[in-house]
Design a protein around this ligand. Structure first.
Ligand code: GTP
Ligand code: MG
Length: 136
């Protein structure tokens, strides 16, 4: 099975959607939450996490938004969970995301799109180390 790193972004926490979003993940057959923490992310953590986007026009406002309040970081483990959580989340732009997806049901703004999920096994390994350095 696989592991993935999920973030419930500050908009999701601010709007009281932790239970709703975690519930959707938890409901999937055989998926398990193996780590979970509520924390306001600092700049250096976010710079590592979003290194691939450094220099893009949306980078600075993205980091600022991501540091604007607490997020929830989770590790989810299970069958095809990397692709699976991204399918639950829907496309980056919430207006393009179908109803029934997390972004499609709750989002309108590209930056404030509620959730992050690792996009590959390599990203998952890299990101889990950033948010849960103690994890083996
Ligand atoms: P993550 O799971 O958060 O990584 O989203 P993603 O993989 O769907 O998108 P990507 O990695 O390309 O971008 C990371 C985040 O930057 C997105 O989730 C958005 O919050 C933000 N973002 C990406 N592209 C844009 C853009 O064109 N404009 C703005 N304002 N924000 C963007
Ligand atoms: Mg991404």
């Amino acid at each position: 099975s696989q592991r993935t790193l999920v973030l419930l972004k500050p908009d999701a926490v601010r709007r009281g959607l932790i239970g709703e979003i975690v519930g959707r993940i938890e409901s999937k057959a055989d998926w398990r939450i193996t780590a979970m923490e509520l924390r306001t992310l600092d700049r250096s953590t976010l710079e590592q996490h979003y290194a691939e986007h450094q220099g893009r026009p949306f980078y600075e406002p993205l980091v600022e938004f991501m540091a604007s309040g607490p997020s929830v970081a989770l590790v989810v483990e299970g069958e095809r969970v990397i692709e699976g959580v991204r399918t639950l989340a829907g496309p980056t732009d919430p207006i393009q995301a179908a109803p029934g997806t997390i972004r499609g049901d709750y989002g309108t703004i590209v930056r404030e799109n509620l959730i992050h999920a690792s996009d590959s096994t390599e990203s998952a390994e890299r990101e889990m180390k950033i948010f849960f350095p103690g994890l083996v």
